[in-house]
Write a new protein. Structure first.
Length: 155
C-alpha cells in the first residue's frame, strides 16, 4: 500500500469540489450563522448548467435560527489520517483482537474508511470513563472484589 499524497486545499477549492458533487446549498440571507456556514458559502460555487440543485428548505422553522440542524461550520477540523500506525508496537495477538473489536463496533466498511484516512475518526460523545456509577450495588468490574477475567481473543 502506498502513502496517500495529502496536500492542503484552500477553502475555495473545497467549496468548488463540494458544489460540483451536488452539495446541499443554502440561499438564506437572514440566517445569523451564514457567515461561517459551508452550505451558504457553497452557493457561490454551485454549477450554473444544471436545472436542479439540492437546497435547504427555508420553510422549516428551525432553519434560519441559531439552532439550524443543517449548519456546517467552515472552521477546519484537524483529523487523524488513519489508524494504521496504531498497530506498530503492539503484539500480534492483541492487534488481531483489537481489530476484531473495532470492526464489530463500527462495521467493516466504516473501519477501513477510518483505517485508511478517508473518513475522520469520530470523537467519543459517550461517557466512557473507568469510574463505576455511584449508585450500584455489589461488585463491579472496576472494584477490587470483582473476579471477572477480561481477555482479548484466544490465547
Amino acid at each position: 500500500m502506498t502513502k496517500k499524497d495529502i496536500t492542503p486545499k484552500t477553502l475555495e477549492q473545497l467549496l468548488r469540489e463540494k458544489a460540483e458533487s451536488s452539495y446541499t446549498i443554502c440561499s438564506s440571507n437572514e440566517c445569523p450563522l451564514r457567515q461561517s456556514c459551508l452550505h451558504w458559502m457553497a452557493r457561490e460555487y454551485s454549477p450554473k448548467h444544471p436545472f436542479v440543485v439540492s437546497t435547504i428548505n427555508l420553510m422549516n422553522p428551525l432553519m434560519q435560527t441559531d439552532q439550524c440542524p443543517m449548519y456546517s461550520s467552515s472552521k477546519p477540523i484537524r483529523m487523524p489520517l488513519g489508524i494504521s500506525k496504531m498497530y506498530y508496537d503492539m503484539p500480534r495477538r492483541i492487534e488481531v483482537a483489537l481489530k476484531r473489536n473495532l470492526i464489530n463496533h463500527f462495521n467493516r466498511k466504516r473501519y477501513y474508511e477510518y483505517h485508511s484516512g478517508y473518513r475522520p475518526v469520530p470523537q467519543s460523545t459517550s461517557n466512557t470513563s473507568a469510574k463505576p456509577p455511584s449508585n450500584t450495588a455489589g461488585p463491579t468490574p472496576w472494584s477490587s472484589t470483582a473476579t471477572r477475567r477480561i481477555t482479548c481473543g484466544k490465547f
